[in-house]
Design a protein around this ligand. Structure first.
Ligand SMILES: NC(=O)c1ccc[n+]([C@@H]2O[C@H](COP(=O)([O-])OP(=O)(O)OC[C@H]3O[C@@H](n4cnc5c(N)ncnc54)[C@H](OP(=O)(O)O)[C@@H]3O)[C@@H](O)[C@H]2O)c1
Length: 296
């Protein structure tokens, strides 16, 4: 892969969401531009704005957010920092998780609520259509078909382009596909946490994007004394870059969205797009990840 020195994220290649919406595979997760416990405004709102603008400068054109990040703070900052939006920018948002307080999350999938949240995300982001609208969590108290039907109605009305799911099993993906065409699955996944391999393989078989959340293990895999430190030092790169390069290499449908509140970390993470791992390095990393998972 050739490195684009001006826009290094592009070295990660392109994936077409739903077959027709191209995104640069290494994206940005906008959950960390909020306050402690993903609640309220960030400590440094100016830096948050700089992070978002720098991400786009570096070639990132896939940004993941949710109504519940803040709540609302992340979407509002995206609008403030990036509107009017570059024509190729894809903002993926979500609904279906309410926030009783800091660090608290609860699924709510009643159709009128999901519709309200889509309408409010349209308003906050200042767009006419949500490029990718994801069901943040399946609400076990509401039939899955009803939750998806709300999304499909919005799609029919032109308010949603593609539909995604989050934290779902193969059985749930299959059940959702009865009602809707599913373009992406966003599940927790990283070098040291691979509980969703079957779901990733299903995405590969069916051309759905797989968006791994916690791609650097909330910073654990980025630690200078962490499990990837020795190998990163040998290769002259950072542990976070190694974790992200492994994800990009793991599958062509993988769309990592590392989150950060700092421009310095963003720049370092985006540089991972140009890291090419040999087969041996990939296998060694996979073994390190497995060992790390067992030790925890
Ligand atoms: N669907 C879901 O249920 C769900 C759940 C969680 C997250 N998400 C999405 O996934 C995205 C990614 O997850 P995440 O942000 O929670 O976890 P992450 O990307 O694995 O890690 C982010 C954490 O790691 C630190 N970090 C990032 N880059 C670093 C670097 N180069 N060196 C040192 N530390 C670094 C960040 O701190 P600094 O701010 O100091 O850089 C932050 O605390 C979120 O932003 C959100 O969009 C989705």
């Amino acid at each position: 892969m050739q490195t684009d020195t001006m826009q290094p994220a592009k070295s990660s290649g392109t994936f077409r969401i739903g077959g027709d919406l191209p995104v640069v595979r290494l994206g940005y997760g906008a959950m960390r531009i909020t306050g402690p416990g993903v609640w309220g405004p960030p400590k440094d709102p100016d830096e948050a704005i700089r992070v978002l603008r720098r991400a786009v400068d570096l070639g990132v054109n896939f940004i993941d957010t949710a109504d519940s990040y803040g709540p609302y703070v992340s979407e509002e900052l995206i609008h403030k920092a990036l509107s009017p939006y570059p024509s190729d920018l894809v903002i993926a948002t979500k609904a279906g998780f309410v926030r009783p307080g800091p660090s608290e999350w609860a699924p709510v999938g009643r159709p009128p609520y999901l519709r309200q949240e889509a309408e409010m995300s349209l308003r906050r982001l200042g767009v006419e259509r949500l490029d990718l609208f994801q069901l943040h969590r399946v609400d076990p108290e509401v039939p899955l078909g009803d939750q998806l039907e709300a999304f499909v109605d919005l799609q029919r009305e032109g308010k949603v382009r593609h539909i995604g799911l989050s934290e779902v099993s193969v059985a749930e993906i299959r059940a959702a596909q009865v009602t809707a065409t599913i373009a992406t699955v966003q599940n927790r996944y990283n070098l040291g946490y691979r509980a969703w391999e079957s779901e990733l393989e299903l995405c590969e078989r069916e051309g759905m994007g797989f968006i791994p959340w916690f791609p650097v293990g909330t910073g654990e895999l980025a630690r200078p004394d962490g499990p990837l430190a020795r190998m990163a030092q040998e290769l002259g790169i950072t542990p976070a870059q190694l974790a992200l390069a492994w994800l990009l290499r793991r599958s062509s449908v993988m769309l990592p969205i590392p989150g950060t509140s700092s421009v310095a970390h963003l720049e370092a993470n985006v540089a991972a797009a140009a890291v090419e791992l040999t087969d041996d390095q990939f296998e060694e990393l996979s073994r390190i990840g497995q060992r790390h998972a067992q030790e925890r």
